[in-house]
Design a protein around this ligand. Structure first.
Ligand SMILES: CC(C)(COP(=O)(O)OP(=O)(O)OC[C@H]1O[C@@H](n2cnc3c(N)ncnc32)[C@H](O)[C@@H]1OP(=O)(O)O)[C@@H](O)C(=O)NCCC(=O)NCCS
Length: 344
């Protein structure tokens, strides 16, 4: 997982776009967006996504993220967010691509999400055209935006580094289990000696769940989390947020468990997004845990604590994705395989 930012200034963005020669007047009441000539020549029409487009978008998204697509769960709420645009590209009237841009960091960052192109249209430059179209749209609608950020899980080449600067990298550990099985395994382990060594290395409780007041205090009014977070960035389920009050308001509206090992002197912190249904199957859920910090023992403890809390109520298959310091990937993968007996 690589978090990157693009266009460190609007001048750079202008340079990048100068070949496109885009001229647009954006009217929020329009559903069909005016398309610059260069883009309409590519045979694409652009529109603002609506509720009615849902089925068509899902039809072209079937293979995405190995069945772990978050869009079905988020789509309706995305359409309501005032600081977000969701744009569709159509060819011969049929939806072939989608991108969403959300403005965060107090208005200065455009966060690109949801990018997808229909399988039969990939490799023809559609994503590039859509990205440029959306950049122009954002520039016009949110003129205070200075940079664009996104998270990618593919390999970046030299060409990409001409436009991206890396914010940080996180390892991605994906494990699969049945909630009922894991619950049983956790209770077996709870009685066994080996798990005790993970769960109680200190006399104080090493897994402190934070309420809203504690979160605000720790993340905003002190600099205690700066050294714990990668590049002082809160990454929540693929979204990178700077430590700003406006971002905190966005994050505190979401269903997330926030945890640290020690409120007065944190070494590891984590955000566990509440499980949600994913399209891979009827009773399949996605559980996302963003882990910050480098202490393996504390990371294990917070991981177990999140699993314990969420498997208590969940029934069915779970794809649990943990984002963590790359150096911890291997020991945590070993722990998942050999102690938790879950599948990688
Ligand atoms: C990734 C995907 C959108 C690329 O679509 P495509 O039309 O084949 O891509 P193109 O040939 O137009 O790619 C070229 C442009 O897209 C950009 N791009 C490719 N993958 C990207 C990604 N994951 N995030 C942001 N931009 C990406 C390239 O940097 C390039 O930009 P440029 O034109 O400025 O150089 C497509 O393969 C897809 O839908 N994959 C499944 C969903 C997915 O993995 N989405 C990525 C979300 S992280």
């Amino acid at each position: 997982m690589i978090l990157v930012s693009m266009f460190s200034s609007l001048d750079q963005l202008d340079n990048l776009l100068k070949t496109c020669c885009l001229k647009m007047k954006i009217d929020t009441s329009l559903t069909i967006l005016q398309v610059p000539e260069a883009l309409s020549q590519a045979g694409l029409q652009f529109s603002v996504a609506t509720e009615e487009d849902f089925d068509e978008i899902m039809a072209m998204s079937q293979d995405i993220y190995g069945g772990l697509d978050y869009l079905p769960t988020r789509y309706t709420s995305w359409l309501q967010e005032i600081n977000r645009i969701v744009i569709l590209a159509r060819k011969h009237g049929k939806v072939i691509a989608l991108e969403s841009v959300c403005v965060i960091d107090g208005g200065e960052t455009a966060l690109v999400e949801g990018l997808r192109v229909a399988p039969q249209e990939r490799g023809k430059g559609v994503a590039g055209v859509l990205l440029r179209f959306c950049s122009e749209l954002v520039k016009s609608r949110f003129p205070e935006v200075k940079v664009c950020r996104l998270t990618r899980d593919d390999q970046l080449g030299p060409k990409d580094f001409q436009k991206y600067r890396i914010i940080t990298k996180q390892g991605i550990l994906l494990v699969r289990f049945r909630a009922e099985d894991l619950k049983l395994r956790l209770s077996e382990l709870g009685q066994a000696d080996d798990i005790q060594s993970y769960l109680s290395t200190t006399s104080t409780n090493p897994t402190v769940r934070l309420d809203h007041t504690a979160i605000q205090r720790l993340y905003l009014t002190t600099d205690l989390m700066h050294g714990v977070l990668p590049n002082a960035t809160i990454i929540q389920d693929w979204q990178p947020f700077k430590l700003l009050p406006s971002n905190m308001s966005i994050l505190l509206k979401k269903e997330i468990d926030w945890m640290v090992d020690d409120e007065a002197n944190p070494t590891v912190g984590s955000l566990c997004t509440f499980p949600f249904h994913v399209p891979i199957g009827e009773d399949w859920y996605y559980l996302n845990i963003d882990m910050f910090g480098k202490d393996l023992n504390l990371v294990r403890q917070q991981f177990l604590s999140h699993l314990q809390r969420h498997t208590a109520t969940l029934k069915g298959h779970v794809m649990c994705q943990m984002f963590l310091d790359p150096a911890l990937w291997k020991p945590m993968a070993d722990f998942c395989l050999h102690s938790l007996h879950v599948e990688l």
